[in-house]
Design a protein around this ligand. Structure first.
Ligand SMILES: Nc1nc2c(ncn2[C@@H]2O[C@H](COP(=O)(O)OP(=O)(O)OP(=O)(O)O)[C@@H](O)[C@H]2O)c(=O)[nH]1
Ligand SMILES: [Mg+2]
Length: 331
């Protein structure tokens, strides 16, 4: 049932996955429905979308009645270039990884079920930062709805495995089986299943942890043999710092963003301190909209310096930006 979805539809869908408020969700869903080609092949998708829109409307209404409301507190606002969610069984080292590569300091303890609530932290990478979220452990019995929501909306899942104990691989099995019994799954790329809108797949990297410990290498070989997974793998010691540079780069690359430096027409140099980031494939209008919504409406043209254009080339709003482009906006 190929539905021939437009590029705008896919863009709206990607935004929907990343929405962090019911209002944002509603707007994205409405855009998806508008962009959806209407024919027999998309009947089910249309029905799914209408149902989600009606649910999102109810959530927006009930939230405004509650004046912000309870579910808003469970939603962690997105920050930075994108979001990676740390997942794993109890004791895998999620909170330790968080402590090692962000400025956050969640509790780390040598017993399971230490983390009760998801909590965010920012991972600096070169001149930008990525939001990481530490989560409650997933077991055979528990994959709580808040963690599910976080996985569905994440740009990346970092799946930790405890190589410090024999039960680590069993716990990984349990986690994979648990997710397979829900509509929130892991994959090598992120997408929503077109034939069943409820099923969401989130791009994942595997991080076998505690590689510093005796027996870890043997357990890793065991993992490859008995629980082979397709995900890119980064063996680490969150505590000793082994393999973390490679993992950090993979997290950054999975955000699939380009960095844009803005320059005032009167300035000689751009502002190199704080680049804006947009998804690869994003346009000048997307950046203008981030700076100010009036800027997007009033934009006349921009001059661009970068690897793909001659210095100072004049471009319009639909110009697709490249990493490290410098733009001078004219409204
Ligand atoms: N040797 C070693 N120990 C580690 C490493 N990473 C974490 N640990 C230890 O493993 C234990 C569990 O670490 P946490 O970060 O609390 O694990 P968690 O996944 O957050 O656990 P829950 O919150 O219970 O799900 C702690 O005693 C950590 O010190 C590592 O790379 N090497
Ligand atoms: Mg923890």
């Amino acid at each position: 049932m190929p539905a021939n979805l437009t590029q705008q539809y896919h863009k709206a869908e990607a935004e929907y996955r990343r929405a962090s408020t019911p209002d944002e969700e509603l707007q994205c869903l409405q855009l998806m429905l508008r962009e959806l080609p209407k024919h027999k092949g998309t009947d089910k998708l249309q029905a799914d979308l209408r149902q989600k829109i009606s649910r999102a409307k109810k959530e927006v209404e009930s939230q405004s009645k509650r004046g912000g409301g309870k579910s808003a507190t469970l939603r962690i606002p997105r920050q930075g270039a994108g979001r990676a969610v740390l997942l794993g069984g109890p004791n895998a080292g999620k909170s330790q990884l968080m402590t090692s590569i962000t400025k956050a300091s969640p509790a780390v303890a040598p017993y399971p079920f230490t983390t009760h609530q998801p909590s965010p932290g920012m991972m600096p990478f070169e001149d930008i930062s990525v939001q990481l979220i530490d989560t409650r452990p997933i077991t055979e019995d528990v994959f709580d709805p808040v963690t599910q929501g976080l996985v569905r909306g994440a740009d990346l899942v970092v799946l930790l495995v405890d190589l410090g104990a024999d039960e680590g691989i069993e716990q990984l099995h349990e986690l994979i089986d648990k997710l397979a019994s829900t509509k929130t799954r892991l994959a090598t790329t992120s997408y929503l299943d077109q034939s069943d809108m409820g099923v969401s797949f989130t791009s994942t990297v595997l991080a076998p942890n505690k590689i510093d410990l005796l027996g870890a290498i043997v357990r890793l070989e065991f993992l490859h043999e008995f629980c082979p997974l397709d995900f890119p793998e980064f063996a680490i010691s969150a505590e000793q710092g082994l393999g973390l540079d490679e993992l950090k780069r993979a997290i950054y690359e999975a955000m699939d963003v380009v960095r844009i430096y803005t320059k005032l027409p009167t300035a000689k140099e751009p502002d190199y301190d704080k680049p804006f980031t947009i998804r690869r494939g994003g346009t000048l209008l997307d950046i203008a909209g981030q700076i100010h919504k009036d800027m997007a409406t009033n934009l006349k043209f921009a001059r661009v310096w970068g690897s793909e254009v001659h210095d100072g080339t004049t471009v319009k709003g639909d110009y697709v930006l490249h990493d490290k482009d410098i733009v001078e906006l004219h409204a």
